[in-house]
Design a protein around this ligand. Structure first.
Ligand code: BG6
Length: 484
């Protein structure tokens, strides 16, 4: 299946922090792949801005090396690289002084989309926004892009929103949560709202509970300082897991448009109950044959930062009252696996008697890796006398069903950066959404701090702390396995 590439309008994309890790590892490779796909018009250009003493040639050298490292071999192409670099420029600029700003102004084209990507720490958001305005760089088609972490708690997120709002309208601000750019995460909406099959059953009358798992094998190497201050609750739950929860639980928006979708997501976050302390388990990986434990990695023998969280959430609204949502995420677990399991209730009455056993349908949506959907259905066990029942999977692997191209979908950043240029905010978080998510997360973290909570140790390469199993067991349920 060949997907259509729809070219975007001419644009200038300025990347502040253009020599930084995110720009080199994610943003520029994503732009290169979209360039190779033919999505750029001829006039488009990228201008990286940073404080480093580099000239254009030096920056090109840096970008070539990064692309070599971060673009898959199959997308490497010397001719395309040279064409791409012709459209990449570099400006030496200081966010905190006026140095470099007039040079930048001189490079910007007229009457075209102007996107400013703030690939820098949040303390520079204000100074950058101010100087963009002061130097007259904002035009009618100006957009700014900011990354997570968007704040550290509700107060800091509010302050950041206020800083940005002082210079730009909400319709110009693109807050990235890269999970929303993942092809299969968007598929959640397609599965729910493109099929008649699921939506009538998508409520507490038929759904027993929902599990959202984002398991990672990676640790926190290279990001120790940030992670030690953040922990899994801030790093993953407040944003990525929250977004998945919203997409699974929200009411059907009237249209697939930015405000319609984001209004519905916001309602879900606002309907979340406060998490009870006994409905949450924190963990921290310990050392073993596979590597050092968390405390050694961060070089803090008393660290109480969690690298794992499992919790039970409740959405108090008509659709979901009574159906728990179990969320878990952790580092250094047994496998990399992001999956959403929707576990349906048992049939109300078994006409086959006790010996047929109890059976319930389950829908698994695998987000990564091995993207696909499995529906567990109950059938008669073949060849057996009497009516014995057995569960079998109706398994749809997207790679098998849609061909090899589906195995190489655009990376989340490719999709999101092109959406910025197109001016489509549907897959970006609105300011009120981010604040509502912090308002739900903050009391949990404050509770841990007040109680002096210490995370439970778990072995690297395991499925997490034993208490997470207990969280489920107490409810007569169990986690679905974490499979690669
Ligand atoms: C980032 C977190 O936002 O998402 C990381 O800061 C995490 O800690 C990463 O590893 C996971 O993203 P992905 O795309 O690899 O699932």
């Amino acid at each position: 299946m060949v997907s259509r590439v729809i070219p975007v309008d001419p644009f200038d994309l300025v990347i502040f922090g253009g020599t930084g890790d995110l720009a080199q590892r994610k943003i520029l490779p994503a732009l290169f792949r979209r360039y190779c796909a033919g999505q750029w018009p001829d006039e488009a250009q990228i201008i990286a801005a940073a404080r480093g003493e580099l000239d254009r040639a030096g920056f090109h050298q840096m970008v070539s090396e990064s692309l070599h490292q971060h673009v898959p071999n199959r997308s490497q192409n010397a001719e395309a690289l040279s064409g791409f670099l012709q459209r990449v420029d570099y400006v030496r600029l200081d966010a905190l002084t006026d140095e470099g700003w007039s040079t930048l102004a001189g490079k910007l084209g007229r009457d075209r989309v102007r996107a400013f990507y703030f690939s820098v720490g949040p303390r520079l958001f204000g100074p950058l926004a101010e100087r963009i305005k002061a130097h007259g760089l904002a035009n009618l088609q100006t957009r700014i892009v900011v990354e997570k972490p968007f704040g550290h708690d509700l107060d800091s997120a509010r302050a950041l929103n206020a800083t940005l709002a002082a210079h730009f309208a909400e319709g110009q601000i693109y807050r990235i949560d890269h999970y929303l750019g993942k092809e299969t995460v968007q598929n959640l909406m397609a599965v729910r709202f493109g099929n008649m099959l699921f939506e009538p059953l998508w409520n507490s009358q038929y759904v027993d509970h929902i599990q959202i798992t984002v398991a990672e094998t990676v640790g926190i190497d290279g990001r120790e300082d940030y992670y030690e201050r953040a922990g899994a609750m801030r790093d993953m739950v407040q944003n990525h897991l929250m977004q998945l929860l919203c997409l699974i639980a929200m009411e059907p928006p009237a249209k697939f448009d930015p405000d319609a979708v984001r209004d519905e997501k916001l309602k879900v976050i606002r309907a979340l109950d406060r998490v009870e302390p006994h409905h949450i388990v924190r963990g921290q990986f310990s050392g073993g044959p596979e590597g050092p434990g968390y405390r050694d990695v961060v070089d803090n023998p008393r660290s109480t930062t969690e690298s794992y969280v499992a919790l039970r959430a409740h959405i108090s609204n008509w659709r979901w009252a009574g159906t728990p949502f179990y969320l878990r995420t952790g580092k250094r677990l047994v496998a990399r696996s992001s999956v959403i399991n929707v576990l349906f209730k048992d049939a109300p009455h078994s006409i086959f008697g006790e010996e047929a056993g109890r059976h319930a349908n389950a829908l698994s949506i695998r987000l990564q890796p091995n993207e696909g959907i499995t529906l567990k259905v109950t059938i008669k066990e073949p060849g057996q006398g009497g009516m014995r029942l057995v569960d079998v999977p109706l398994d749809m692997s997207f790679a098998e069903a849609l061909g090899p191209e589906s195995q190489d979908p655009p990376d989340a950043y490719e999709r999101l950066v092109m959406d910025v240029i197109r001016g489509n905010q549907t897959l970006f978080m609105r300011g009120d959404e981010v604040e509502a998510a912090w308002a739900w997360t903050d009391p949990v973290i404050a509770g841990w701090q007040a109680r002096g909570d210490v995370p439970k140790p778990y072995d690297s390469g395991s499925t997490g702390p034993g208490d997470a199993e207990l969280l489920m067991k107490r409810d007569g349920r169990h986690w679905q396995g974490i499979k690669p």
